[in-house]
Design a protein around this ligand. Structure first.
Ligand SMILES: C[S@@+](CC[C@H](N)C(=O)[O-])C[C@H]1O[C@@H](n2cnc3c(N)ncnc32)[C@H](O)[C@@H]1O
Length: 477
């Protein structure tokens, strides 16, 4: 396949080093440290000959017990979800107030811009979207009323001029604007703003304090990602994260006046280490052929993806290029980063406090409920089914991404009442014995055998779990 993007010969060796498999012992050491720092001591990451990395239970877990809570390495809210939920750009906690959340959503809905949950469960991480097992629907709004409210009512709700009853029971942090001056990022706290700035945002901010090479080019890059595939934005975060880590490691090295000299390549490899642990393959090679593409057009389809990634990378390069980290801007690296998100089951989901609020109103004693609903009902009716929309995105969770799939899993990604940010939470769905492998289902395991296998083809494997072995033998009879 010929492509528009060419890797500079100077960085070809560095690219190869960045993409070469990490020695098993180093992987083990990295995850041991990560597990200790996360405080999830009941598990271990080990290599298994055929499946690569696997997570094993170090101790017994009972049903519903927490197995691990994993922090995001890089994550983003889907651009289509930004109008539905106002969340911290770093930890993805809801911010503002219940009034602001509802007002904003209705404002965009009135403008015809809000997309809301469109039933595409592949983006929504269904399990996590429902808090607990509570599928309760709010009384009153029998969904689909969708009666629009006058824009001035919506604006006063959004601006905080109008207060709804009982919202003081659901306080949310005040939103802080981006310290770099862009309009895109907001935060729930100074520490999140600072952590995001240091992690990747200082290079990807379009505000006046941006440390990018060209803010205009950055704007072009973001526009392209929004129009094509917002996963490019996540890939850019990985590159920005690695550049900033490289600069920090280099500065520390200089400050310590280290006697031992280190090469630029070893610093870059160290900066890249958290990403190197992720399971990767090139995006255009690993993605399963969509049903609507004829197999005879497969090569053209894959070339199209490669060229799309190439256009995105060229824009990113103009925006944030760093000569010392040139290898990160190779198409191979970019394709592998995007492939890493494709191959890992990494939905980011945070349940909405607006849903909790309406359920709370619904549960009030009759007299109080009637008084409250007189005010809240028009808002619930205007929101319709979308009153419970959760924050949705994609993220890379280093530990969760080591968990393999099974159609009869012993664990699940599941947010509890207290899990109010973007961290991944894995809970035992049955008793797990010591030394047993921890597995989750990447798909809806209740689907028929053929549909399950078709969906798992996107992850590049055929499932041979006990349920699949049994189903396949029945299917072949
Ligand atoms: C999220 S990663 C899981 C961790 C992975 N084993 C690793 O080494 O990083 C997903 C990848 O693991 C492999 N995998 C996960 N579950 C599997 C299964 N049941 N059978 C075969 N391969 C599996 C596939 O290659 C898949 O694309």
């Amino acid at each position: 396949m010929d492509s528009l993007c060419k890797t500079n010969d100077n960085s070809a060796a560095e690219v190869a080093a960045l993409l070469s498999p990490v020695p098993v012992l180093q992987v083990q050491e990295y995850f041991n440290q990560l597990i200790t720092s996360r405080g999830c001591n009941g598990i271990e990451v080990k290599h298994n000959g055929s499946f690569g990395k696997c997570v094993y239970a170090n101790s017994e877990f009972q049903e519903d017990e927490l197995i691990l809570k994993d922090q995001i390495l890089v994550g983003m809210q889907h651009s289509s979800n930004k109008m539905d939920c106002l969340v911290c750009s770093f930890c993805f906690r809801f911010v503002g107030s219940i009034e602001k959340q509802i007002g904003r959503k209705l404002y965009f809905k009135n403008l015809g811009l809000s997309t809301c949950c469109d039933g595409d469960s592949s983006e929504s991480g269904e399990d996590e979207c429902m808090k607990g097992n509570d599928e309760q629907q709010c009384g009153g709004s029998s969904s689909n009323h969708n009666l629009p409210l006058p824009q001035e009512v919506v604006t006063s709700l959004m601006n905080g001029e109008m207060a709804l009853p009982h919202t003081d029971k659901f306080p949310l942090p005040s939103p802080l604007s981006c310290p770099g001056g862009c309009q895109e990022a907001i935060y729930c706290s100074g520490s999140c703003a600072e952590a995001d700035w240091e992690s990747s945002h200082s290079l990807l901010c379009t505000g006046e304090k941006s440390e990018s090479v060209s803010r205009d080019a950055l704007g072009e890059f973001i526009k392209h990602a929004n129009e094509t595939n917002d996963i490019f934005f996540l890939a850019a975060k990985v590159i920005a994260f690695t550049i900033l880590r490289y600069r920090k490691l280099k500065a520390e090295h200089v400050k310590e006046q280290a006697k031992q000299s280190v090469t630029k390549q070893s610093l870059l490899l160290e900066a890249w280490k958290p990403v190197s642990m992720g399971y990767k393959n090139r995006w255009w090679d690993c993605i399963a052929l969509p049903d609507d593409v004829d197999p005879s057009d497969e090569e053209a389809f894959r070339m199209q993806l490669k060229n799309l990634a190439c256009s995105s990378l060229e824009l990113l390069k103009t925006a944030i290029f760093d000569k010392e980290c040139e290898a990160l801007f190779s198409l191979d690296i970019y394709g592998n980063i995007i492939g890493m998100f494709e191959l890992n089951n990494l939905d980011l989901v945070v349940a909405s406090p607006v849903e909790d609020y309406f359920l709370y109103i619904d549960d009030l004693p009759d007299a109080e409920k009637e008084a409250a609903e007189e005010i809240t009902r028009p808002f619930l009716d205007a929101l319709g089914d979308e009153y419970s929309d959760c924050c949705q995105g994609t993220a890379f969770f280093p530990l969760q991404s080591c968990i393999n799939h099974s159609c009869c899993p012993n664990a699940k990604a599941f947010k509890r009442e207290e899990d109010r940010d973007g961290q991944a939470v894995i809970i035992a769905s049955r008793r797990i014995s010591k030394n047993e492998e921890v597995t989750i289902s990447y798909i809806d395991e209740e689907l028929p055998y053929k549909e399950r296998q078709a969906l798992l083809a996107d992850y590049g494997f055929t499932c041979k779990c006990p349920k699949c072995l049994q189903d396949s033998s029945v299917a072949s009879l």
